[in-house]
Structure formats: C-alpha cells, structure tokens
Design a protein around this ligand. Structure first.
Ligand code: ZN
Length: 109
C-alpha cells in the first residue's frame, strides 16, 4: 500500500500541531547529536528531517505524536522522576498497543 504524504497539521486533543520538514543541520544544531525529529509542545510543532524515506518520516511522525499526546494529556510532569519512562511509553507501549488494535481490526495500513 502506498503511503500518503505527511499531513501539514495533526489535531492532538484540543490543539493543532504543525508538521514541518526541516534540514538535518537544524535539528543537529539544536540537539547537539544526531536527531531526525522533535516535538515542541510550546510551539505546537513537530519537525521531521528532510531527505529520509516517506516510511521513515511516518515512523518519526508517529513517535513524535506520542510525545505530543503525553504532553497534552498532562503526563509529562509525572514522568519527570524517570526521564526514560516517557521514551519507553512512546517507543514501546504506544506502537505495541496500536499494532495490536490494527491487527484485531485487520487493518495494517
Ligand atoms: Zn522520543
């Protein structure tokens, strides 16, 4: 199945997040290490590096949307004590849960 292009905006609960494609040097400069995407709840913006496959870009978008939902649901302050927990939720729990739901529905698209 062919992937659609990335959306320009995604509603995350009551706020719209802008999806921007940026040069890798922009992300590298701000994070100081190799980085392909980031999420700024302050600006309601998710930035994804240019020059990667559409499949990879969708993967980054899904991941960063996880961070956006964690923030918008107010979980972030409660995750401060264990900085790795938010990453584990976004990286492991959310995809596993989503994959389960999609397989139950017979929709892997
Ligand atoms: Zn992350």
């Amino acid at each position: 199945m062919r992937l659609p292009r990335l959306p320009d905006r995604v509603p995350v609960l009551s706020r719209d997040y802008k999806i921007k494609r940026v040069m890798s040097s922009t992300l590298l400069k701000e994070h100081g290490h190799e980085c392909y995407a980031d999420c700024s709840p302050q600006d309601c913006t998710i930035r994804i590096v240019r020059g990667v496959s559409l499949e990879a870009a969708w993967g980054y978008l899904e991941h960063e949307l996880g961070h956006a939902f964690v923030f918008e649901l107010g979980f972030r302050p409660r995750l401060e004590d264990d900085k790795t927990l938010e990453e584990d939720i976004v990286e492991k729990l959310m995809p596993a849960w989503l994959g389960c739901i999609q397989s139950l529905r017979g929709n892997r698209g």
